[in-house]
Write a protein that binds this ligand. Sequence first.
Ligand code: SAH
Ligand code: SF4
Length: 350
Amino acid sequence: MPDSEINSIPVLSGMPLEELAEYISPLPHFRAVQICKWIASGASSFDAMDNLPLPLRKELGERFTLRPDAAVQKHSGDDGTVKLTLQFADGARIEAVLLSDSSGRRTACLSTQAGCPAGCVFCKTGAAFLRNLTSAEITEQFLQLKALADEDAASVSNIVVMGMGEPLLNLTELRRALAVITGTKGLNFSRRRITVSTCGIARGINELADKGPAVRLALSLTTADESLRRRLMPITAQEPLAAVKKALRHFQDSGGGRITLEAVLLGGINTRREDAAGMAQFARGLDAAVNLIPWNPVKGLEFEGKALRQPAAAEIESFTQQLKALGLNVTRRYRRGRGVMGACGQLGSL
Ligand code: SAH
Ligand code: SF4
């Protein structure tokens, strides 16, 4: 099914309040608020909306779709990670993950595309691209993960848009979904607890800076060696690092706050002395912290004819120390989710 057709199925759960109000008009605005609240509380049909008159519930059910059709499969790991696979009506399959850490924090990791057109050689998602997800399909992942957290009498404390796909290549639908998720009359999630991770689409970063929403930003730098970066992340051939850095500065000048520079560590490839120096050089003039993610293995992925491998413990340690010695603030990503193939870069079934 082409994108245009998918996007033309209007689904209320993907509409920010004002859009929903307009869409269901001439029904009064307070009806839109009621529906928004029901969606936020997890209602999956109009029948459940017992503060709406019965004939209206029936009419709404005949005229509108409340939430997208999704077949959901749940995979639980022993480290508290839960991965959900959602299959939509056209067959597109995507994944969303709920990560729990030792301090009880629960992070929802959301996908924005089925597959990814960026083609990064180290990432399972990059092997194929099917289509953009709609706002309702992005919101649906959050609603499903929130319901899981609710079962444990917990709540989702953070959102990372780091699942399948490149968020800034689907910014229109992502922006609508984030408006739903942060809407004060509905899910009311704090913008500052949402991080969008991008491979570095300068136009998208500028657009976020100019039009919002005011979420946190992470750049998957991987390496500041432009030639190596282009070979590892083919899409970046159209995104020179100078333009990306300029966009990041604009984002920070517009009040965007501290950004994260992420680097997936590929054994023997981007952990050289010059990679550390390049990263420090790139970070200069930015308010940035570095997050290192040791590569999570995915079978069959290779770089220029050689199988990719995980970095050795000593390699990770030495690279971390080099970055610290260059004055960078460095953290290391924990590897939750591997047991269910739900860790960074391991999401992939279309
Ligand atoms: N497309 C966006 C967000 C999804 S990828 C982006 O690239 O930022 C999220 C993160 O996972 C990125 O930082 C990416 O570099 C990292 N990643 C991809 N494949 C990985 C793998 N196999 N192991 C560890 N991290 C990986
Ligand atoms: Fe796409 Fe991000 Fe994977 Fe690259 S790392 S292929 S941008 S999902």
